[in-house]
Ligand binder design. Structure first.
Ligand code: ZN
Length: 472
C-alpha cells in the first residue's frame, strides 16, 4: 500500500487510484524563458522518481508535464535576445530536454505546450463566464473569486490574508481584489490570439486547467508541483477547473516538494541566488546531482553547497564499487559460505517500505547502503556463493534504477559523446600519472597535473585514488 502526503488534507493518506492499476499525474512544468536551475530540477527529479516508483510497483502511469511557452517573462526575454517568442521558447524547450536527460529525467507521456491549447482555454473561459464565475471587461477576462466557495481550501489561507496579499497589486478593472486574469487583452507587439472578448492571450493559471483536463480528464489522481505554486497558482487552477466542472474535484491528491536553500535562503531566479543545471553539469555528472537531490525526503528543505555534491559523489561511488566487487567476486569460483539472498530480500523489503511511505527516497538510500555493505563484506571475505552474489548485485542495481540511479558502467551513457571522450582521456592520463608516482617520478606526475589544470581540468588526490573535474 502506497501512502502519500496530500496537501489538500494536510496528512498522509492511502493512495487509491481513480482507475485500478493506473495513475494519472499532472506536474506544472517550466516556463521556457531560460535554462532551468537546481531549484526547478528538484521538482522535476522528485516527480520523475515518483513516476518511476509507481511504474515499478506495476501501475501504468500517464504523466503529463506542460511547457508554459507564452508569458510575460518569455515576452521580455525575447525582446532582450532580439528573438521571436516562438523561437525563444523552442530554444529553451530543446535545452530543457538536454539538461533533463543528463539528470535521467524521463520524458513525460505528453509534454503539451500552452500555445497549442488556446482553443481549449477559450472554451473553459466561455464556460466560466456562462456560469457567472468570470467576467469580461475592456478586453480582459477575470475570474470572480468570491463566486467560488472553495477558494483557499488548498493553501488553508484565510480570506483576509488573501485579500491583504492581493491589494498589493490594485487593478481598477477587477471587481474583487483577489480576482485574477483568465485572458489578457493584446498589447502592441505581443503574441495574441482571437477570442470572443477580442484579441489577447491566456493567463498562466488557465493553461494548466486546460491541459490537465484535456489529457487526464476530471478528478485525475495526482497534481504535483513545487510548494511555491500552492498559492495562488494551484488555488486558481482549482477555482477554474472545479468551477467549470460544477464542483467535480480537479485532482484526488496534491503533492508539493519543498524548495532548495542556499545559506538558508530560498533558491530562486527572482532572488538572483541560483545555480543553473547547465553550469553544475560542467563540474558534476548528472548522476551525482540526481543522487544529491534524492538524498533528502522531498518535503524537507534541502540546503545546497558544493560540499554536498562531493558527498553525493562519494555515496554514489560506494554503490558502484559494491556492485563491481560483487560482479568480480561472482566470477571467482570457490565461495560456499555467505549466502546473500537474505540481505537482498531485506534490502528489497526495506526499500519498498520506505518508498511506500510517502516516497521516502532518503530512507530508501539506507536500504541500498545496507546491501552494499553486505556485498563489500562478502567480496572481501571471498567466501560467498557466486549465484547469491550475482543475485544480490542485481538487486542493488534494480533498486537503484527505480530511483533513476545507474550504478553499472553504462553510467557513461549520461555523458554526451564529447564528454565521454574527455572522460576516457582523463582516465588514461590519471593512469599514466599513477604509474609515474609509483616510480616516484614526481616531475612527470606534477607536469600532468599542472598542464591539465591550465586546461581547466583539475586532478585531486584522495584516499580512494585520484579523481578529476572541470574547473568552473
Ligand atoms: Zn500549473
Amino acid at each position: 500500500m502506497i501512502r502519500l502526503y496530500n496537501t489538500m488534507n494536510r496528512r498522509k493518506e492511502e493512495f487509491i487510484p481513480r482507475e485500478p492499476g493506473k495513475v494519472s499525474i499532472y506536474a506544472c512544468g517550466p516556463t521556457v524563458y531560460d535554462y532551468f536551475h537546481l531549484g526547478n530540477a528538484r521538482m522535476l527529479v522528485v516527480f520523475d522518481m515518483i513516476r518511476r516508483y509507481f511504474t515499478w510497483r506495476g501501475y501504468t502511469v500517464n504523466y503529463v508535464q506542460n511547457f508554459t511557452d507564452v508569458d510575460d517573462k518569455i515576452i521580455a526575454r525575447a525582446r532582450e535576445e532580439n528573438s521571436g517568442t516562438d523561437a525563444l521558447a523552442a530554444k529553451y524547450i530543446d535545452a530543457y530536454f538536454t539538461d533533463a536527460a543528463a539528470l535521467r529525467i524521463q520524458k513525460a507521456t505528453v509534454h503539451p505546450r500552452a500555445t497549442e491549447n488556446i482553443a481549449e482555454m477559450r472554451d473553459i473561459i466561455s464556460g466560466l463566464i456562462e456560469k457567472g464565475l468570470a467576467y469580461a471587461t475592456e478586453g480582459d477576462v477575470y475570474y470572480a473569486v468570491d463566486r467560488f466557495a472553495g477558494y483557499g481550501k488548498l493553501s488553508g489561507r484565510s480570506t483576509e490574508d488573501m485579500v491583504a496579499g492581493a491589494r498589493v497589486d490594485p487593478n481598477p478593472r477587477k471587481r474583487g481584489p483577489m480576482d485574477f486574469a483568465l485572458w489578457k487583452k493584446a498589447k502592441e507587439g505581443e503574441p495574441s490570439w482571437p477570442s470572443p472578448w477580442g484579441p489577447g492571450r491566456p493567463g498562466w493559471h488557465i493553461e494548466c486547467s486546460a491541459m490537465s483536463l484535456k489529457h487526464l480528464g476530471p478528478s485525475f489522481d495526482i497534481h504535483g508541483g513545487g510548494g511555491d505554486l500552492i498559492f495562488p497558482h494551484h488555488e486558481n487552477e482549482i477555482a477554474q477547473t472545479e468551477g467549470y466542472l460544477d464542483g467535480k474535484i480537479m485532482a484526488r491528491y496534491w503533492m508539493h516538494n519543498a524548495f532548495i536553500t542556499i545559506n538558508q535562503e530560498k533558491m530562486s531566479k527572482s532572488e538572483g541566488n541560483f545555480f543553473l543545471i547547465r553550469d553544475l553539469l560542467k563540474k558534476w555528472s548528472g548522476d551525482i546531482v540526481r543522487f544529491y537531490l534524492l538524498g533528502t525526503h522531498y518535503r524537507s528543505p534541502l540546503d545546497f553547497d558544493g560540499e554536498k555534491l562531493v558527498m553525493a559523489g562519494k555515496g554514489l561511488e560506494r554503490l558502484k564499487t559494491a556492485w563491481r566487487l560483487a560482479e568480480e567476486g561472482a566470477s571467482r569460483p570457490g565461495g560456499t559460505k555467505t549466502d546473500l539472498r537474505a540481505a537482498a530480500a531485506a534490502a528489497r523489503r526495506d526499500f519498498t517500505a520506505a518508498m511506500d511511505d510517502d516516497f521516502n527516497s532518503a530512507q530508501a538510500y539506507a536500504a541500498l547502503f545496507d546491501l552494499a555493505h553486505s556485498l563489500n563484506i562478502a567480496a572481501a571475505a571471498a567466501d560467498a556463493l557466486p549465484a547469491a552474489l550475482t543475485e544480490a548485485a542485481a538487486t542493488l542495481r534494480e533498486l537503484a534504477s527505480v530511483l533513476g540511479l545507474v550504478i553499472t558502467p553504462e553510467a557513461a551513457g549520461a555523458l554526451g559523446a564529447e564528454e565521454a571522450r574527455i572522460a576516457a582521456l582523463m582516465t588514461l592520463l590519471i593512469d599514466i600519472r599513477a604509474g609515474a608516482r609509483a616510480k616516484k617520478d614526481w616531475p612527470t606526475a606534477d607536469l600532468i597535473r599542472d598542464r591539465l589544470k591550465e586546461a581547466g581540468l583539475v586532478i585531486e588526490d584522495t584516499p580512494q585514488g585520484a579523481r578529476w573535474y572541470s574547473a568552473p
